[in-house]
Design a protein around this ligand. Sequence first.
Ligand SMILES: [Zn+2]
Length: 373
Amino acid sequence: MHTPRYCLVMLGLSVLLMGCQGGWIDVAPMHYPIYPTSGESVGYSVEVNSGGCGGVQRVTLYESVITIKKSSQKWWTYNPGPETVLKEWKPKDLPDSSEYGWWKMGGYGADRLVRYRVEVEAADGTTVSQEVWYAIRPYPGLGHPAPVYCQGEPGWVFDIVFIPDKSLTDLDLFRTQCRYMILDAMFAESTIGLFRNSFNFYINPQPGTAVEKGYHVFPSNKANLTFAEALAVMHGHTWSMVKPGARWIDCANPAFRIFSAYQKDRGAMVHEAGHVLFGLADEYAEGGHHQEPILPNNWKKKADAQADAPKRGKPAANAREIDGSGWYLICDPGCAMQHCTAGLDFDTPCAERVVYKMVENAQQPYSGPHYSP
Ligand SMILES: [Zn+2]
């Protein structure tokens, strides 16, 4: 079925706002490890939240396992094929919020793509479904990044490629941290979380190099990464934690698409994604400043910031200079564009721009192949 491309981005909202009359069901699937090797057991978890709908009466976890035939084939061109039920829950008197878990012992064979789908049925018969694709390691992709948490065709969603820094020696730790970057950084931010099924995540086979002051070095397979909106070099250096003001992430110009983050710094992931995916500017002195023509979060003139503030959900008095930089902001203290602290959300003005860019990205034309589920 060919879903109109704008629908995919709206799915993030639709999962919350639709489902049943006057109610909603939110389905959040995840797997562990994020990029398992062949024969490694895989744990699945599903978080289901619902309001109204008479509660949840069934949760079903399906899988389709696909053998990769051509190394050059893209994951989203595979037909998922027949589904097998991995696990079904039919709890009685289920509370409105629940997490389900199940282990696939022994995992999967080599050269496999795994698609799993979670279907939730409400008491009134309404069903909501979410699917995820991931590869078994190593991915025979001839220098293409391995899908590790993919949900939609790349033209419809934001594609983020995690790249190990060349200095990283513990790649198991790197992969574990990539999973946390998806779960505890990206999906944990309130606005991004509304669109959680509008993101694909990959792990790159080749390393890049994060540079403290200067341009990050792209991996050697840069030519295979042009489809991605963000290239995230995960490193083990703590300089970005020690000297946040000195963090150099090439993110002042989103056209570079590449940024770095200390691999355990969830706040940095959200902040740098704010630059690269959403065109947000820094809200601290010595950062990168620019005024976007549509829904900016930095202003060159205080009067313009004051005039825009009421339209952006803030009092005019919020317009203030960013620490002697000559630039102005209206976000409250604590916005994720002011800090790289884990758990911080984008304040309303930045969140508005996130929503705008999500919709814009979903409306870009896509001319590639489509599979029929
Ligand atoms: Zn920044």
